[in-house]
Each structure stands twice: as C-alpha cells, then as structure tokens.
Design a protein around this ligand. Structure first.
Ligand SMILES: Nc1nc2c(ncn2[C@@H]2O[C@H](COP(=O)(O)OP(=O)(O)OP(=O)(O)O)[C@@H](O)[C@H]2O)c(=O)[nH]1
Ligand SMILES: [Mg+2]
Length: 422
C-alpha cells in the first residue's frame, strides 16, 4: 500500500486571564468585585475535505495554533473567545499521537470534524470568587493553557482513477508518462504483476491513478492476474479504458473493449457502471489509423481520446478532461465508504500529579497539577492561598508527607520553589 504521511504540531489557544477589579462609583467608597472572566481559547479542529486527495500541504506548514481567548476586564466584561483553527484533511486520514502511537481518530466521512487540541477555558475574574466569607475577593485565575501535542497524519492513498485494459495495451507506459511512478514496461503480456499508484498533476489539480495488471477473458473467475487486483480499483471514481489500436495482430479492438467491460460487469456490476473514458493508444504506429476509424464507427456513448503513451501525443487533452471529471465525481460517495463506521478513541486519563525526589527536593509534576499552577497568579496572595487549597484537596500534601516531606523541605513545581508547610 501507498501511504502519504505528515507530522504536525497542534496547540489549542490559551484561555484569557480573569481580572481583579472593583466597582467605583461616585459616593460609593468600596464597590463590589466586578472583574470579568477571560475568554476561552480556540480549538484546533480537523475537518475532512472531500476535495483533498493528499497530505502534500503539510510538507510546508507544520505548526498549527488556535487563537487565545482575550483577558477579562472590569465592569464584568468577559474576554472574547479565541477563534477555532480549522485544518482541512483528506477523507481517509488516520490521526495518531506522535509520542505514543495511539490512534486518536479515523477520519472516514466527508465533513467529519475532530477536535484534536482543545482550547483552554478562560480564567475566572474576581467577581466569581465573591462569597459570604469574602465580599471583596482580590484573586482571579489565569487562563487554562490550550492542549498541545504532535500528531501524525497518515493517508492510505485511494486511487481516483483506474487504468483498465488488455495486457500490453500500454497502461504502465501511460502512468509513467503522467506521474512519477516508475513501473516495469515491456512488450509482453502481464508485465505488471502488482498495482502501481501515481499522483498525476494537471496545473494546480492532481489525482491519484492506479495501474493494475492487464485483464483477460475469464478475469472475473481468476484467469490471468487481474482478479486479485480488481479490488484496488473498486473505489475509484473513473476508469480510463486503454485500448491498443496499434499492435493488434488481426484482433478487433472494439471486441477487446467489450470483452473487458463484460469482465468488469461479472466481477462487480457497480464497477461496470463506473464512468469510463476510452484512450485509444499507440496512435503513432502505422496501422493505427484504420483501427481507429473502425472503432469509432462502432462505439457509442463514450468519450474517446486518441493518444500515444510513448510520444505523449493527445495526453494533455485526456488529462484535462479526466481531472475535470474527477472533480465532478468527487461529490459522489464510492461504494463502500458509506458503510464504514466512525471510530474515535479517547486519550487515556492522565495521572493527576506525580512526585519525584531529586537531591532532597520534592519535584511535583502532572498535567492537572500543572494546569492549576499556570492558572495561578503568584503575585496575588489570595490566588496563592487558593492554589494551596487546591493542592490539599488533590491530596498533594498527604502524598508529600507520605514520601517523607517535613516542614521546611523544598518543593518545586516547574520553575517555582517553595517551602513545605506541615
Ligand atoms: N509504439 C507504441 N508503443 C507503446 C505505446 N504505449 C505502450 N507501448 C508499448 O507497448 C508495450 C506494453 O506496454 P506496457 O505499458 O507495459 O503495457 P501494459 O498495459 O502495462 O501491460 P501489462 O502490464 O502486461 O498489462 C511496451 O513495449 C510499450 O513500450 C505507444 O503509445 N506507442
Ligand atoms: Mg503494465
């Protein structure tokens, strides 16, 4: 299989800080608290865009950050929320946590949305800390930091376009001409024994094309090699039926064309109904003219292109039409896409806090504890007291004691050290 791959950093916006403020009115000496909350930070959201086929855009941009929330203000004014950041990904993208390899989301439906990094909530302003015990709270919270992580995006390339035709018709020659694929090409049937995928670029657009081994009569029952590989083109949106009009050795190219279509029909009727354009190939060979005329006389209801995969003649017009058709057909689901279930795995809950001891210093860490830490304004005495309370409630104090901490020992969280008070 052919995978497209990208590693990117995503970060939700930080929440805005809450603010400490008091009402000031004429003749009112001490008004109540009116500090507003900070706004919440924006989320980073992956959205499946059916128009995208590859992860090539992520080669150039790897960092994605949503906007932070605005800080609160006095007069109970709350900060504005930060804008979400939308990242468009192709349908079929698998999202993994780059650190753990855990699957975070499997994006299989067009327009499917996955919040991959949540924005932090806004810190509360002092108005929200008013209570009967404390009518004039002088504390406010800082905003919660947004989630951040490195993710891996993986896309199983599904072909938009499948090349079908008899062995030796020139399918591999064609894919090598229109993409970077380098398949084996030779003048005998069944040169191709495994499918090749290539990305064909046409101006700003591109499509993924699959070259499979040639089909012969009886292919649907397993004759030749085609049978195993027809499944690789079941999900394509368009088929290019390559017909050899050069090396025919007395065959009738139109009969060949009908025979291949019959094989497709017998293998899977849906596949036979797939839109098809015909590429009459090898027009550079001397006998081609006669065969083309005979073919055109019989064929009906198909768009026919005349090309030489070797000289390149006629290929541009074929490609422009194919890219146009692929875009039109992109709106339609392929056969089994609709049956697939959406699977989203949640990240396992993290330890609330963790204690390490280094050189007699107790080092506290952990997602939840550090969250409360960064949401605390340490220049504000009341905020610090509130933080101490939270630690106590989380059981940090007890855990420290259990680990042997005594009054006066140094406890460190990130870059801040303080004395343990028993
Ligand atoms: N003159 C001429 N020869 C061509 C053209 N396209 C393909 N050929 C030749 O036809 C032979 C078969 O080409 P391939 O591209 O291997 O054909 P294929 O359809 O992939 O064949 P299988 O893999 O066996 O199904 C090779 O010798 C090619 O060089 C063409 O436009 N003109
Ligand atoms: Mg081939």
């Amino acid at each position: 299989m052919f995978y497209d791959y990208a590693k990117v950093y995503v970060k939700g916006g930080d929440g805005g800080n809450g603010v400490v403020s008091f009402r000031r009115e004429k003749y009112v000496p001490a008004g109540g608290p009116n500090g507003g909350d900070g706004g919440r930070g924006g989320d980073v959201i992956l959205v499946a865009d059916p128009g995208l086929r590859t992860l090539v855009d992520f080669k150039y941009k790897r960092h994605y950050k949503a906007k932070r929330g605005e800080h609160g203000q006095g007069k109970n004014m709350h900060g504005k929320s930060g804008e979400d950041l939308i990242i468009k990904v192709p349908v079929g993208t698998l999202v993994k946590n780059a650190e753990t390899g855990e699957i975070l989301a499997d994006i299989v439906r067009p327009e499917q949305r996955v919040v991959i990094a949540k924005g932090g909530r806004g810190g509360r302003g002092n108005a929200r800390f008013m209570s009967n015990q404390n009518k004039a709270p002088r504390l406010a919270e800082n905003g919660e930091p947004g989630e951040e992580l490195w993710i891996i995006l993986e896309l199983k390339l599904l072909a938009d376009v499948g090349l079908v035709g008899l062995p030796n018709a020139g399918k591999s020659t064609l894919i090598s001409k229109i993409s970077a694929a380098k398949p084996k090409i030779a003048d005998y049937p069944f040169t191709t024994i495994t499918p090749n995928l290539g990305v064909a670029k046409v101006g700003d657009e591109s499509f993924v094309v699959a070259d499979i081994p040639g089909l012969i009569e009886g292919a649907h029952t397993g004759a030749g090699l085609g049978h195993d590989f027809l499944k690789h083109i079941e999900r394509t949106r368009l088929l290019i039926h390559v017909v050899d009009v050069g090396d025919v050795y007395g065959r009738d190219p139109y009969k060949d064309f009908l025979a291949i279509n019959r094989e497709l029909e017998l293998y899977n009727p849906d596949l036979a109904k797939r839109p098809q354009v015909i590429a009459l190939n090898k027009i550079d060979l001397p006998g081609a003219k006669e065969n083309i005329d005979a073919f055109l006389e019989k064929v009906q209801g198909y768009e026919v292109f005349q090309i030489s995969a070797v000289t390149g003649e006629g290929i541009d017009s074929l490609l422009y039409r194919v890219v146009q058709l692929v875009q039109e057909l992109n709106e339609m689901p392929t056969i089994d896409e609709t049956k697939e279930k959406v699977k989203v795995t949640k990240v396992a809950p993290k330890e609330r806090f963790h204690i390490d001891i280094e050189d007699g210093i107790f080092i506290l860490s952990g997602k939840e504890l550090e969250k409360h830490f960064v949401m605390t304004n340490f220049e504000n005495e009341e905020s610090v007291r509130r933080f101490q309370n939270i630690m106590k409630k989380m059981g940090v104090d007890d855990a420290l004691r259990e680990k042997g901490a005594k009054a006066g020992d140094v406890v460190r969280i990130r870059d801040l050290e303080f004395d343990f008070v028993d």
